[in-house]
Design a protein. Structure first.
Length: 258
């Protein structure tokens, strides 16, 4: 158990290596081998109550809370379950991501995939950096329910540059907290080598954007090829018809023939 605990604490926050100040990089290592890597930019949109100017009514404000680059981290890896836990601003905020690998029966036989199975975000409305004059300040927890996100074939990493929004339900009067994720590259299982991602599995949004970028080029190439073929056929047809004897349409010219 002591060896297992020591392995769980072998974690590294490499966010300072990213040229994007909003992007964080986290690595979990066990037995000196990388077992989980995560790169992403994250922000939480958290609604909270404040008193109106009449001090009778309540109005809802919104806190935009970015994931801090100085976040402390914990992590653990397993054959079928992995976890990454981040906390910042003296643990006023804590984000826990849980991952699950599972097998499915398909027409091609059993196949494995992994997914983000649970998100838990704990926040303290008494913290004054992002919460101003919150009513009844205190700690709250926002969690996902029956989450199946970032689904990826086993042995591959997940990549998504586009922004994704995941809704969490808060213990603060069932308010909806939004987690905004972007520039994601993540792999919680089966990393092939130290600090090396496996082949990426792109999210549907990125795949669609890539298709939208390449489709005009493909259509342009097809159109250019059609024009070249058309011009080639016209040129060949013109040469063939030019080499043939032309019969006069005016009958009066027949006497000059032969």
């Amino acid at each position: 158990a002591a060896a297992r605990l020591a392995a769980e604490q072998e974690v590294e926050n490499l966010s300072g290596l990213s040229p994007n100040p909003e992007k964080d990089i986290f690595v979990v290592r066990e037995n000196r081998t990388t077992c989980l890597m995560a790169e992403f930019a994250a922000k939480f949109i958290v609604p909270y109550d404040v008193w109106a100017s009449n001090y009778v009514d309540l109005i809802t404000e919104q806190a935009d809370i970015p994931l801090s680059r100085g976040a402390e981290m914990k992590g653990k890896c397993g054959t079928n379950e992995s976890e990454l836990e981040l906390s910042w601003l003296d643990q006023a905020y804590t984000l826990k991501l849980s991952f699950l690998k599972e097998w499915h029966n398909t027409s091609r036989g059993p196949e494995a995939s992994w997914r983000l199975s649970r998100i838990q975000f704990t926040y303290d409305t008494s913290e004054r950096t992002y919460f101003k004059d919150a009513v009844s300040p205190g700690k709250h927890t926002a969690s996902s329910h029956r989450l199946s996100a970032l689904v990826t074939p086993a042995g591959r990493s997940y990549e998504c540059q586009a922004q994704q929004t995941i809704s969490l339900v808060s213990s603060d009067h069932q308010k909806s907290v939004q987690l905004l994720l972007s520039e994601v590259r993540l792999q919680p299982f089966d990393i092939p080598a130290d600090f090396v991602f496996s082949e990426e599995h792109k999210c549907p949004v990125d795949q669609r954007e890539q298709l939208e970028e390449t489709l005009p080029l493909i259509l342009g190439l097809i159109l250019g090829l059609v024009i070249v073929i058309t011009l080639g056929i016209y040129h060949i047809h013109h040469k063939l018809t030019a080499s043939q004897v032309q019969i006069p349409r005016d009958r009066s010219q027949y006497k000059h023939m032969g």
